[in-house]
Design a protein around this ligand. Structure first.
Ligand SMILES: NC(=O)c1ccc[n+]([C@@H]2O[C@H](COP(=O)([O-])OP(=O)(O)OC[C@H]3O[C@@H](n4cnc5c(N)ncnc54)[C@H](OP(=O)(O)O)[C@@H]3O)[C@@H](O)[C@H]2O)c1
Length: 281
């Protein structure tokens, strides 16, 4: 299952999240299992402090799994500390860390600038400068696609009125039955921007969604795990997913989503009490 981005590149709809997975050996072990399970898309970020270890691990693991750089889709993100004119240097640094020739997708991690109040006009200027630098990054071959993360409707509207020649490919946001925004999804679909969900399972160390009685009821009815129900719920709305898992069993489960949730159960999952945001990292 792949989505064609504005550039024409195909991006797998199921990717692998790496937040809080760091350290040379742990990254190597986890990515080894993820590649074996079939993941071909990896989500990182400058603030996850694992780009260098991902780069090192892939050098060893791609030949082991009979894969080449072109078989893998690598996403990383601009730190809120580097918003503005420094964005180009930050992109160069991420590419150097990953040491993988080019980045597939580079995202503005957060619409705000570290240390500047969210209501301040400076954020608008910094977002625009970051985007200009990222457009330069595409033109110079550092990254093939650019996009955003944690952007709301206002941020997306602001960006598409002045995109400096390149539309955002994707918006990565928190998205699960307790938190989803139809206006944002509609706008992204209209603009051809792929919406990608994070924390689909409720995030690390949070079992609230996985243990929800309605999720469990549907999982028992369909003979699937609660995690598979939550992931399939997003995928069935044409939303990309990037579940994170350390255990092989979880990894295999999270990519085995070739089933369908009946309409009435989709509606039940979509009508949970909203606004329970779990995190935003
Ligand atoms: N752009 C942003 O601001 C932002 C924010 C948050 C996350 N993200 C990205 O999105 C990715 C995913 O989000 P997330 O890390 O918050 O959490 P998540 O994917 O919602 O949940 C991960 C947790 O669920 C557990 N899990 C995984 N598969 C499971 C299964 N089949 N059954 C039961 N438990 C399962 C994992 O346990 P085990 O590890 O023990 O398997 C882990 O503790 C991140 O890794 C990151 O790449 C981006």
């Amino acid at each position: 299952m792949k989505f064609k981005l504005h550039s024409g590149d195909l991006m797998p709809l199921i990717g692998f999240g790496t937040y809080q997975i760091r350290g040379t050996q742990l990254i190597k072990d986890v990515l080894d299992k993820a590649l074996a399970a079939g993941y071909r898309s990896i989500d990182s970020a400058a603030v996850y402090d694992n780009e260098e270890d991902i780069g090192k691990a892939l050098k060893e693991l791609l030949p082991k799994h009979n894969l080449t750089r072109q078989d893998i889709f690598i996403t990383t993100k601009l730190s809120p500390r580097d918003q503005g004119e420094r964005a180009y240097q930050a992109l160069e640094r991420s590419l150097k860390n990953l040491d993988c020739g080019y980045i597939d997708l580079y995202l503005i991690h957060w619409p705000g600038v570290h240390g500047i109040n969210a209501t301040k006009e400076d954020n608008i200027r910094a977002r625009d400068q970051s985007w200009q630098q990222m457009v330069k990054g595409v033109k110079n071959g550092l990254t093939r696609n650019i996009g955003v993360s944690n952007y709301n409707v206002r941020h997306i509207r602001e960006l598409i009125t002045n995109d400096h020649g390149i539309k955002p490919a994707l918006n990565q946001v928190e998205w699960h039955p307790h938190y989803h925004q139809s206006e944002l999804l509609d706008l992204c679909k209209k603009e051809g921007i792929l919406l990608q969900a994070y924390s689909s399972l409720g995030g690390s160390d949070n079992k609230e969604l996985l243990g929800n009685s309605e999720v469990k009821r549907i999982s028992e009815k369909l003979g699937k795990s609660p995690a598979q129900i939550l992931l399939r719920w997003a995928l069935q709305q044409n939303i990309a997913i990037i579940p994170k898992a350390r255990s092989q069993k979880h990894m295999e489960e999270n990519i085995d989503l070739n089933f369908s949730i009946p309409e009435e159960d989709m509606k039940a999952l979509s009508s949970f009490n909203q606004k329970k945001i779990f995190l935003g990292s």
